[in-house]
Write a protein that binds this ligand. Structure first.
Ligand SMILES: NC(=O)c1ccc[n+]([C@@H]2O[C@H](COP(=O)([O-])OP(=O)(O)OC[C@H]3O[C@@H](n4cnc5c(N)ncnc54)[C@H](O)[C@@H]3O)[C@@H](O)[C@H]2O)c1
Length: 268
């Protein structure tokens, strides 16, 4: 039996970066609950998309919309196709982002003093500007329709500084600055839009996440898990409840606010 408080049935939700580790989880959990999901991600070969989506690839509740979130024209074309097939989205999960992967070039993970300005621009371009553009295009349409919920996905590293001590085993390695700065920018984008669109019934909130287990190096895990009050990294399904909460009536009086699901990381 579905619970009306947490009902997302038929809601059209845009998940940016929907082919990534967490985007796929959100898509699964929403589809299971009867929502329709527009997976927005970079253009890639059809077999790669199918492999990432797995059984979701055939679902009539899922459409894959190739788009680059840093390009407004690309997002406008995605919106037009979503509206033509379904309707104006109710939900937007601003989930697409760049981070520096463990195999990033040495200058990106070296001392702050030498962090390349081009890397700063690249990360800001996707994580901050891309989120802003998605809010303009999808959020603008939601405001016109007079309803909706936007989730801006931030990180513990947008709230507190990375604890560089847990990366010491890889020295010389520093968790780079741009990701943190870009994820902090989202907090006030959220507040700005929450007040700007409150009368239009579009709610905007930030979701703060901690690191997700993805077969990381044992030495990293040892340091990370010791620093983490709950003693483990997140499972990739740990955030699904927050997504359903924020896209359903259960959170109807919540806007401009933050949901933090971080195993206690920011409590210490
Ligand atoms: N995984 C974690 O440990 C973790 C921790 C805290 C916060 N987060 C946040 O959660 C979100 C998802 O993380 P993830 O681990 O699933 O990431 P991921 O790297 O697995 O997926 C990101 C997706 O975004 C897409 N993308 C990148 N640039 C794009 C662009 N310009 N236009 C459209 N799509 C683009 C990529 O193709 C990819 O499919 C991110 O915002 C991330 O910062 C993740």
């Amino acid at each position: 039996m579905s619970d009306p408080l947490f009902d997302v049935k038929n809601r059209v939700v845009v998940v940016t970066g929907g082919l990534g580790q967490l985007g796929r989880q959100y898509t699964h959990t929403l589809v299971e609950r009867g929502a329709r999901v527009a997976v927005v991600d970079l253009l890639m070969p059809a077999d790669a998309v199918a492999a990432k989506l797995g059984d979701l690839a055939e679902s009539p509740q899922v459409m894959f919309m190739p788009a680059d979130i840093t390009r407004r024209d690309s997002l406008e074309s995605a919106l037009a196709q979503i509206v033509a097939r379904w309707e104006t989205p109710f939900g937007l999960i601003n989930n697409a982002a760049l981070d520096s992967p463990p195999n990033a070039p040495a200058e990106e993970t070296g001392p702050f003093e030498n962090y390349p300005a081009e890397s700063w621009d690249k990360v800001m371009e996707v994580n901050a500007k891309g989120t802003f553009l998605c809010c303009q295009v999808f959020g603008g349409a939601m405001a016109q329709a007079g309803r909706g919920s936007i989730i801006n996905v931030s990180s513990i590293y947008g709230v507190v500084s990375p604890d560089q001590r847990i990366y010491e085993f890889r020295a010389p390695f520093f968790k780079p600055v741009a990701y943190s700065a870009s994820k902090s920018a989202l907090f006030n984008l959220t507040r700005y839009l929450a007040t700007y669109w409150a009368a239009k019934n579009v709610r905007v909130n930030t979701l703060v996440l901690a690191g997700v287990f993805n077969n990381q190096d044992e030495r990293f895990l040892a340091g990370y898990n010791t620093r983490m009050p709950m003693g483990r990294m997140a499972d990739e399904s740990d955030y699904n409840g927050a997504i359903v909460f924020l896209l359903s009536e259960a959170s109807r009086y919540m806007t401009g606010s933050t949901v933090t699901i971080d195993g206690g990381w920011t409590a210490w």
